[in-house]
Design a protein around this ligand. Structure first.
Ligand SMILES: [Zn+2]
Ligand SMILES: [Zn+2]
Length: 237
């Protein structure tokens, strides 16, 4: 059975991102071919990114097939524990920012995974690491409401932890903040996260869940394996 969430793909990269190979036009054609009803075209930005107006103009110029809704977005990392984001001044027309845990939100700025593992080896308590991460995610949602969490908690395995380490209180607070701030949370094909207990918490809190492939090439747009399997298990229990 195909889950209704799989008719959407809320995280699709084009050549505006350094590491993606398909154009906006190719991605829209692929979305239509995959039978999607919604596709969110998203590219990576930093504070210094100059091309967002060009990206929006290119999206406006797209010929969109009947039955497909095209949404816009930019993906930006959380910079620090206060929840600030690595985004340029955004013109009107960007529907949602994808808030990404590409690095660990440190007090003074982003920390790479190996730096975090070193600090954990040096005595940084896991509870404190997780408190800081979840507080930063919540702060980013409160500072930038109405956006989307990209592959949330994909940072955890990189720092030697897992979603199972989060515990119910942190998960509940995170899900409640998503609901209160109109933050969509994507279930991400590339990273296979967040997992079922977190989806339960989001549903209990009333937060909106969407599916995404995080595709970097048109043939992957709207093609789900891990997310499909996960949603089947989630619904099947
Ligand atoms: Zn990402
Ligand atoms: Zn991405």
């Amino acid at each position: 059975m195909t889950h209704s969430l799989l008719r959407g793909d809320h995280h699709v990269h084009s050549t505006f991102s350094d590491d993606a190979v398909s154009t906006l036009v190719e991605n829209v054609a692929a979305a239509a071919a995959a039978g999607l009803t919604t596709v969110r075209l998203v590219d990576h930005v930093r504070q210094s990114t100059p091309w967002v107006p060009d990206y929006l103009a290119a999206v406006s110029a797209l010929r969109v097939p009947d039955g497909l809704t095209v949404l816009t977005g930019v993906e930006a990392k959380i910079l620090d524990a206060s929840g600030s984001l690595d985004i340029p001044e955004l013109p009107a027309g960007i529907d949602r920012i994808l808030i990404a845990d590409h690095q660990f939100p440190g007090i003074d700025g982003p920390l790479g995974p190996s730096a975090v593992r070193e600090r954990i080896d040096g005595g940084w308590a896991t509870d404190d690491v997780l408190d800081q991460l979840v507080a930063a995610l919540i702060a980013s949602m409160r500072r930038h409401p109405g956006n989307q969490l990209a592959h949330c908690f994909s940072i955890l395995p990189k720092i030697g932890l897992s979603e199972d380490d989060l515990g119910q209180d942190r998960v509940s607070a995170w899900a409640k903040a998503a609901a209160e701030t109109d933050t969509m949370v994507e279930v991400n094909e590339k990273w296979g996260c967040p997992g079922i207990p977190l989806l339960d918490a989001l549903r209990d809190a009333g937060a909106e869940i969407v599916a995404s492939t995080d595709s970097h090439i048109a043939r992957d747009v709207g093609r789900y394996a891990r997310v499909s399997e996960m949603l089947d298990r989630w619904e099947g229990r």
